[in-house]
Design a protein around this ligand. Structure first.
Ligand code: NAD
Length: 358
């Protein structure tokens, strides 16, 4: 298996180095067949080749078995005409990575900020919705008819709603068998109505999985009050983005928020957080979210290729992170611990090496 590694901007190079190091440890420990090629994107690539995403890198991603994308400083990019392509958005659209899977789980011994522990997954539609910069075939979904009037178009299709619903029910079948659709159909009756129509149709095909619905505003409150009651949450693009950051923070912190983006053929690991330019180059970033995202990627690859060793490797990484984070002395600075990015990575590799599971 070959993984394309794109370091990105800000803390991206630090946390992608850490992630690659952990994958190399687990490759050695479990005799996996994993190799990597690293390609420049983002501001480094803009300076070297005039674009944040060279066509050759996009092609390398198409050829790879999986992709590890570091965070990108999109807020600092010039316009697309000047080479500033939003790498994350472009890869999601070009590779049709329609499902964004964002788990949030409290971990033994680690403080959490909601009123209950939680173990839930937000399944977010990734290709349309209110993401006006990418929801049109040509042009933008945002327009300005006059200097004092701006409009944004939100796109919901039956096909995208149905396929994200199927992804949610398939995931729920391997978990606690409960799907909650989050919507705002009381205000956006037409678009949210279409989304719900499709999710309800998929729910009918899965009578063995409990199904309910929740308005997005009350969901924001319920995540704080009683996140323990949720298993799999399926929702549209923007709601999923916002709720998943909330859930991640409530479960312990954005530094542990993992995610994958997948489609029919490709899968990309990507931390939920941004490029954190305020702490870049200090060796203080918490690499956990990208490491856990990479573990989700190799689990996805393991299931796709029926390779039990990859599935085991993902579990070993997850359990090793639990073990390391349990002790206050082996936590990173954002979690109140003393460890730098590199020191935490070394601790994690020691824990992986010490695990009896082979
Ligand atoms: P951010 O997530 O980068 O940072 C928010 C806060 O969390 C900062 O204080 C940061 O230091 C901290 N933080 C984030 N990740 C951390 C980690 N791993 N360890 C320790 N602390 C961490 O959000 P922002 O500041 O709003 O955005 C910065 C840049 O990232 C912008 O250019 C934005 O467009 C971009 N962004 C990229 C992505 C992505 O690549 N997927 C996602 C969101 C934002």
């Amino acid at each position: 298996m070959i993984l394309a590694v794109l370091p990105g901007d800000g803390i991206g190079p630090e946390i992608t180095d850490a992630t690659r190091h952990v994958l190399e440890c687990v490759t050695q420990a479990l005799s996996l067949d994993l190799s990597f090629y690293v390609r420049q994107i983002g501001l480094a690539s803009l300076q070297a080749s005039g674009t944040t995403l060279p066509p050759s890198v996009l092609e390398a991603c198409r050829r790879a078995d999986g992709i590890i994308l570091g965070p990108v400083s999109t807020a600092s990019y010039p316009s697309r005409d000047e080479g500033g392509i939003n790498v994350s958005a472009e890869l999601r659209i070009q590779l049709d990575l329609f499902a964004n899977i964002r788990p949030s789980r409290t971990r033994d011994g680690l403080p959490y900020f909601g009123r209950t522990p939680m173990d839930l997954v937000i399944v977010r539609e990734n290709t349309e919705g209110f993401y006006a910069d990418r929801n049109m075939h040509r042009g933008s979904g945002e327009l300005m008819p006059t200097p004092d009037l701006a409009l944004a178009i939100r796109k919901i299709s039956a096909s995208a709603s149905a396929r994200i619903a199927r992804a949610a029910f398939e995931l729920a079948a391997s978990r606690r068998r409960h799907v909650t659709a989050v919507h705002k159909s009381n205000v956006l009756g037409v678009t949210e109505g279409l989304f719900l129509r499709e999710v309800r149709a998929v729910a009918k095909e899965h009578p063995d999985i409990a199904y309910d619905e929740q308005l997005v505003d009350s969901m924001a409150a319920l995540l704080v009050r009683d996140a323990a009651r949720y298993d799999v949450i399926v929702t549209t693009n923007m709601f999923g983005d916002i709720l998943s950051d909330e859930a991640a923070e409530l479960s312990g912190g954005l530094g542990m928020a993992a995610s994958i983006n997948f489609g029919e053929r490709h899968c990309m690991a990507q931390a939920q957080h941004g490029s954190a330019p305020d702490i870049q180059g200090r060796n203080t970033a918490n690499p956990t979210s990208l490491i856990l995202s990479a573990a989700m990627l190799i689990d996805w690859l393991g299931r796709r290729h029926h390779d039990e060793r990859l599935i085991t490797a993902a579990r070993v990484i997850d359990q090793s992170i639990d073990a390391v984070l349990q002790k206050p002395s082996t936590r990173t600075i954002d979690l109140g611990g003393p460890l730098s990015t590199t020191a935490f990575t070394s601790e994690l590799c020691k824990e992986i090496d010490a695990r009896p599971i082979r």
